[in-house]
Write a protein that binds this ligand. Structure first.
Ligand code: SAH
Length: 274
């Protein structure tokens, strides 16, 4: 049925058609009847249809006008549904929602998002290390590119562990729940996908200087396969860094991907004390 709606490339439209994947997304969201959910990119409404009966309210944000018309036809009469047409990245939701108090405070996000803007969406949902979202969601369940999911959930020391892993894991606990093959979509994207669950958290112990941590992570992962101490040359003198690494019991020859998030924080905190 959804195959009748012609997908638009410019909006990264790929309609999910796998029941199994839908079930995994719903299950991972652990929905309760009191939940107020945000869905980004409802598309033809395949996930929306599942979500609506389970939640107190559902706010959906869709950029495509034609799809919005369809969605309004199908769900517009439901009291717990509100659709906003526009670009999720650009919209100022708090002011748009001022007249709709029931839809102001979403506590969960559940979405099969457009993959071309995954990074910016994550940043809008979580904030950044130095500027975190101060009203964090209870949980964020997303369908993303598998490779991104692997980076989000990567453990230190693994190949997938990169700057994105540190940035996002500092702000949220990340788990890869379920891999979804490209064939589960129409049209199939070029890559496989995966369901991830992010649970925002306050990292303990926190970075004392969050800008310092951001700079450190950016530079530290700057050139792949280089030792950390080489990547950080512009920030801290080599001998000083060796001393710090020794103090923190980190191998002085370590590469960026070998440090845990706690070690990045510890290193940033030590540098801040210099
Ligand atoms: N959830 C649907 C559609 C996923 S495709 C499904 O699972 O089948 C991604 C959806 O995001 C499309 O409907 C697309 O139109 C929408 N979209 C793309 N860019 C967007 C943006 N910037 N803001 C809001 N929605 C967007």
């Amino acid at each position: 049925m959804t195959e009748k709606v012609r997908p638009r490339k410019q909006f990264a439209q790929h309609w999910l058609k796998s029941e199994k994947a839908l079930n995994e997304i719903i299950q991972a969201s652990q929905l309760q009847s009191t939940d107020c959910v945000l869905e980004i990119g409802p598309g033809t409404g395949i996930l929306t249809r599942r979500l609506l009966p389970l939640v107190q309210s559902l706010l959906a944000v869709e950029i495509d006008r034609d799809l919005c018309e369809r969605l309004t036809k199908e769900f517009g009469r439901k009291e717990n549904f509100l659709l906003v047409q526009g670009d999720f990245l650009e919209l100022d939701l708090p002011s748009l929602l001022a007249p709709f108090p029931a839809f102001q405070n979403q506590n969960k996000v559940v979405a099969n998002i457009p993959y071309n803007i995954t990074g910016p969406i994550l940043e809008k949902l979580l904030g950044t290390i130095a500027n975190p979202n101060l009203e964090p969601y209870d949980s964020i369940v997303l369908l993303v590119q598998k490779e991104v999911a692997q980076r989000l959930a990567a453990k230190p020391g693994s190949k997938a562990f990169g700057a994105l892993s540190v940035r996002v894991q500092y702000l949220a606990e990340c788990e890869l729940i379920y891999t979804v093959p490209a064939g589960a979509f129409y049209p199939p994207p070029k890559v496989d996908s995966a369901v991830v669950r992010l649970v925002p958290r306050q990292f303990e112990p926190p970075a004392t200087d969050t800008r310092q941590l951001e700079t450190l992570v950016k530079l530290g992962f700057g050139e792949k396969r280089k030792m950390l101490r080489n990547n950080l040359q512009s920030l801290v003198e080599r001998d000083r860094l060796s001393q710090l690494l020794e103090k923190l019991e980190i191998n002085p020859q370590a590469r960026a991907e070998q440090l845990s998030v706690s070690q990045w924080v510890a290193l940033a905190n030590e540098l801040g004390d210099m």
